[in-house]
Ligand binder design. Structure first.
Ligand code: X8Z
Ligand code: ZN
Length: 616
């Protein structure tokens, strides 16, 4: 689909039935021409190909409307986006339903896969009722717009207000606990007005999902992974269990260090960490509290934010660094229109959705990113992430429309992050951003920085959709939305709010992907997959030695291998795509665990020596 954001509408959806009916890549015999089954198969082909063309055209229109709305949020653009979204959502739901008429029909493998992807093409289906379709489209557009307009105004509406970009900066840089607390509470207030519409959206989506034969929207979302939906939930749990000890060690160390920095009565020795002290408004990544950690920093260690700012690198310059990395792997430069049409900096005079996203507006060459870039290390990384989406989109551009997506949505999220793992000190020296590479004695410090971003994120990546699955299934009712959210955040992340939260609040609404209705399991998968890809590409490049020192910069063999997998799009089950790059068909947390193994040993030693408790 054109934008990764709306990918749920016509996404790289693949499901259980794909495995069962299409026999996972085995050839299904095509009946001889002219026979009754052959005519039926031909009818199916015509139907499916017409549907994919129609959805493609409608998708481009919806994508344009969405682009305009997110770059210029007004009542009118919200209405335009809602109208276009309604048309594409209604059509994809209709096609998804009708595609079932071909269930059981023997089709050639490619067509069988298209049928399955068509059946899954409605990411958030509307019920078969024009009034409900309109209502759902309005709610979706208004929630998205509300998040984009979200602000915290410490001195009231007439005073200076902070948008999400300013909020993120404040949470990253401030060490004043009272200010952090006020800002945290202030930002979370944007969720409350969304609560009722969200509950109604859930009702409407569930009604639509049931008409398509799913128990609820959660079951539909979990059906996108070439395995039975219940197995997918178990698969995530399996991966999490493998990584939980590493997370617990990191959590214990960070909590101990925060106790040292802040008052002991603020950070408990054994309990959850207050959610406003981790340098991020959602406490999802903790890289911004790195400077509070006592890890051994060698004299050669560097601060990329400072370097970029001192060099007066601008937003475009930041993006250029990212593009150059892909070019070094053999990918063609981005089109001129990318540089003309992307949004790189926050406009001063209007509301935009600042949450970073990558788009392929016409599913051909019209690649763009939309991001309110700040000149700092974190955004340097996010730029690589976004460009990963764009290079993936371009690699599968020549696939038929239904295959223009990633192997599964975690793959889409993992590509740019894989490249960012190659942004090592050696690489930064090679491109002239630093002069000296820190010695091996600085590796623990480097790994800690990486872990504060990658490892800290894992439970958050897992729980956002655990919460939504509970909400969609009805296990959590609207009157318990917030309680369930904090139960999961405490259980998985070991973080807690400093102030009491009630059902007058709707804290999930303060996280972009909830009002924007973008599934989140993809980011959890991406954290696992990117290390698997990195390990495989380093091997392809013939680079031996520790994974955290490997950079595939400039390596054409690694680039070719990556491109081979990207260009498959969604044409095959993800297990096959994974095999072409990593030589294995299973998602495997050992690549991540191996990468951080030296840090795990060090953290355990530190926790023991300093008497830091583990767990909460
Ligand atoms: O939303 C994103 C990307 C756009 S697809 C910037 N990410 C998640 C988030 O910010 O919550 C990347 C990491 C997780
Ligand atoms: Zn992304």
């Amino acid at each position: 689909m054109r934008s990764t954001k709306v990918a749920i509408v016509l996404g790289a959806a693949v499901l259980l039935i794909a495995a069962q009916v299409a026999s996972r890549g085995q050839t299904t015999p095509t009946p001889s021409e002219g026979s009754k089954p052959a005519r039926a198969a031909e009818g199916a082909r015509k139907y499916i190909e017409n549907a994919e063309k129609d959805l493609f055209d409608l998708g481009v229109k919806a994508s344009r409307a969405s682009w305009v709305e997110e770059n210029f949020i007004t009542e009118d653009t919200e209405q335009i986006a809602a109208d276009a979204g309604e048309v594409v959502n209604t059509a994809s739901t209709k096609y998804a339903k009708e595609a079932h008429q071909f269930d059981g029909l023997k089709l050639a493998p490619e067509l069988a896969r298209k049928r399955l992807l068509l059946e899954l093409s409605a990411g958030f289906p509307a019920p078969d009722d024009p009034k409900a379709q309109k209502e759902l489209a309005q709610i979706l557009a208004s929630l998205d717009g509300d998040y984009g307009k979200g602000k915290w105004c410490p001195d009231g509406e007439r005073g200076k207000c902070l948008d999400v970009t300013a909020m993120e900066k404040l949470m990253a840089e401030s060490r004043d606990v009272d200010e952090l607390k006020r800002a945290w509470v202030g930002w979370h207030a944007i969720g409350a007005p969304m609560r009722q519409r969200y509950a109604r959206m859930v009702e409407l989506g569930n009604a639509g999902a049931r008409e398509l034969g799913y128990a609820d929207v959660g079951a539909l979302w979990r059906s996108n992974y070439d395995m039975p939906p219940d197995d997918f939930a178990k698969e995530e749990d399996r991966l999490w269990e493998q990584l939980k000890p590493l997370y617990l060690s990191l959590h214990a160390y960070v909590r101990g260090q925060l106790r040292k920095k802040y008052r002991n009565d603020l950070v408990p020795a054994n309990g959850p960490i207050p959610a406003h002290l981790l340098g991020n408004i959602w406490a999802q990544e903790w890289n911004n509290v790195y400077s509070l950690m006592d890890s051994p920093k060698p004299p050669e260690s560097y601060d990329l934010t400072k370097i970029l700012q001192e060099r007066k690198t601008d937003a475009r310059g930041m993006v250029k660094y990212g593009e150059n990395f892909f070019i070094s792997l053999g990918f063609a430069p981005l089109p001129t229109t990318f540089w003309e049409r992307s949004l790189f900096t926050k406009p001063a005079d209007r509301d935009v959705v600042c949450h970073a996203s990558a788009w392929d507006v016409d599913s051909k060459e019209d690649l763009r990113i939309k991001m309110c870039i700040q000149i700092r290390e974190e955004d340097f990384r996010v730029i690589h992430h976004e460009l990963g989406h764009n290079f993936y989109q371009r690699a599968y551009m020549n696939q038929p429309p239904l295959f223009q997506g990633s192997a599964n949505d975690g793959f889409h999220e993992a590509v740019g992050d894989t490249i960012a793992l190659s942004v090592t000190p050696e690489y930064l020296k090679k491109i002239g951003l630093i002069e000296t590479v820190p010695p091996a004695s600085g590796d623990i410090d480097y790994l800690l920085q990486q872990a504060l971003e990658k490892v800290a994120f894992l439970p958050f990546g897992l729980l956002v959709d655990k919460w939504r699955w509970e909400v969609f299934s009805g296990q959590v009712k609207p009157e318990n939305y917030n309680r369930a959210w904090w139960e999961l955040r405490t259980k998985y992340q070991g973080v807690a709010p400093l102030v009491e939260r009630t059902e007058a609040d709707f804290d999930p609404g303060a996280k972009y992907h909830v009002p924007a209705n973008v599934p989140y399991a993809r980011y959890f998968l991406a954290r696992i997959l990117q290390f698997q890809f990195h390990r495989a590409l380093c091997k392809e490049a013939g680079i031996t030695g520790p994974l955290h020192r490997c950079s595939i910069y400039g390596n054409r063999a690694a680039g070719e291998k990556l491109n081979g997998m990207l260009s498959m799009g969604a044409s095959k089950p993800w297990q096959e795509a994974l095999e072409t790059i990593a030589g294995q068909k299973q998602m495997d947390a050992t690549a991540l665990a191996d990468y951080f193994a030296p840090l795990k040993t060090w953290l355990d030693e530190q926790n023991k020596a300093k008497g830091y408790a583990v767990g909460w």
